[in-house]
Design a binder for this molecule. Structure first.
Ligand SMILES: N=c1c2ncn([C@@H]3O[C@H](COP(=O)(O)OP(=O)(O)OP(=O)(O)O)[C@@H](O)[C@H]3O)c2ncn1[C@@H]1O[C@H](COP(=O)(O)O)[C@@H](O)[C@H]1O
Length: 107
């Protein structure tokens, strides 16, 4: 992952955190933070739009929809009270385990 993406996600997560308790009439993020179900619904919409961009709209649309997706994902995590470290912990636990091997181990 590029340092540029890491840096902007870091700033975005901090901005989202700072919107907690904000006024939903002036902050879209505050609106999402006040309503985890809305944040989840919006993430679902952005996921579908990302898929459509990937299969039918080309690289620029895919990049734009991916930005929407990442923003809404960060907002959902904050709205749901799930720390980014909790997600990091899940990913760390999977490091070195092939998805194919993991799926086979479930059978
Ligand atoms: N990165 C984003 C970002 N990406 C997308 N969006 C908003 O996400 C919303 C939903 O996108 P849609 O494509 O569904 O738009 P829509 O169809 O008009 O929305 P609906 O009518 O369905 O609600 C739009 O209003 C976008 O502007 C974002 N809103 C905010 N941010 C970041 O969050 C910061 C704080 O924003 P506020 O909390 O609004 O001040 C901003 O400075 C940005 O850095």
């Amino acid at each position: 992952m590029s340092q540029r993406l890491t840096d902007v996600l870091h700033r975005l997560a901090a901005t989202i955190e700072a919107r907690k308790g904000g006024d939903p009439s002036v902050s879209y993020t505050a609106k999402l933070l006040n309503d985890p179900a809305l944040a989840a619904k919006k993430l679902g919409e952005e996921a579908v739009e990302t898929v459509i961009a990937a299969v039918a709209q080309g690289p620029d649309a895919l990049a734009a929809e991916s930005a929407d997706l990442l923003y809404h994902w960060l907002a959902l995590m904050a709205a749901s009270g799930v720390s980014l470290d909790a997600v990091a912990e899940k990913l760390e636990a999977r490091e070195g385990t092939s998805g194919i091997a993991e799926k086979a181990s479930r059978a």
